[in-house]
Design a protein around this ligand. Sequence first.
Ligand code: GDP
Length: 453
Amino acid sequence: MTNSETIVALATPNGIGALGIIRLSGPDAITIANSVFKGKDLTQQASHTIHFGNIVDGDVILDEVLMSLFVAPRSYTRENVVEISCHGSAYIIESIIKLLIKKGARSAKAGEFTLRAFLNGQLDLSQAEAVADLIASNSKASQQVALQQLRGGFSNQLQTLRDQLVQFASLIELELDFAEEDVEFANRDQLKNLILQINKVIINLINSFELGNAIKQGVNTVIAGRPNAGKSTLLNALLNEERAIVSHIPGTTRDTIEEVLNIHGINFRLIDTAGIREATDTIEQIGVQRTMEKISQSALLIYVYDASQITLDELNQDIESLKDPGITMMVVANKIDLLNNEEIAALPHTQKEVVISAKEKFHIDDLKNKIYHAAIKDKLTGDETLVTNIRHLEALQKTEEALSRVLNGMDTVTSDFLSMDIKQALHYLGEITGVVSTDDLLENIFSKFCIGK
Ligand code: GDP
């Protein structure tokens, strides 16, 4: 795939900076850059070299710059690429880009450099998406997951599976050609085994989304408990600052407050909530309703109780009513500064229970570690591949559905129906890595990139 147009865009953020980098890509990138450059003849220079000189518009010097040359195919887009490091003034940058356009380049669209890298086979689609994730990553963990995807681990795994399935698809196609003779080229037992094997991998990938998404987007975490249990105080202790309103009048935290807490590279989106006790006045009621909604949308629930007040019955009642199989719950006994050692020892213990004083900041680090373990560490097995992209998740789900149809129909339906379902599975698997792509899909993915990427 070759693209005859040479594109140009600022690759660094808009606004004033010490330097700005303007990127050109396309067959004429080097000649266009050379036509405005006063220094060495860029068309005669080797790839991966840097050259100092002036950008000139006729007799007018626009800036002193460094030109970095990447000769096709040894570049990000596999086309000729020139990166111009100039001074980071909006005026200079605009003047240089205008000049380059006058000399034959055109403005790049959002994500067009990466689109070209994909179309020229430098990256597959999931890797191109990983580039966007990498740029957007805001924690060590999300950066690591994006990097792993960029290196292609995930795509390789899918490609191997897809290749195996393609073989079967062609054998079944062959059966269609000999339909009258009632032959079976594709051994049904082997096909069944392969599909079971593929489905296992696919289901693992589908299941990894919850964790992958938590790492990429952050873990939605709700702090809930009766009024006055110390939820706001705990939120402040975790964030180490005074954010939520703390008061001794029950039910002051009427609205929800969202803060991000980073533990070992994972973002936990903490939502402080109104008490879960039956509300009496209307404003409270809205708060309580919102709490239950927030809990149902969260992945981690930190249930806090006042260890100096609550009875065992009330505690059990709360835990029972909050239990949800889809949500990890941690039980936190607060206000232990008001208890003596025997009373602390007598507290009812559950597996994930933590004993703290939010006010005196006792055991807050211990709580943070346990939050991290409960939500992330305990769920990681080590070197698994994590799916973080909703588009991939949907394609995997559709693959799984198509494969299940193949499995269910194996003994009953004719080869042409089997062939159709296998083709569908291949189609969805291919959508992930971009073996199968439509203009709409590409437009949708790359338009979300920034211009210059
Ligand atoms: P919320 O309604 O659950 O948000 O509770 P708050 O955080 O507003 O706390 C209610 C009251 O309990 C406030 O007076 C806090 O100072 C107090 N409190 C919170 N945590 C502790 C604690 O660990 N020890 C003691 N002694 N008091 C606490």
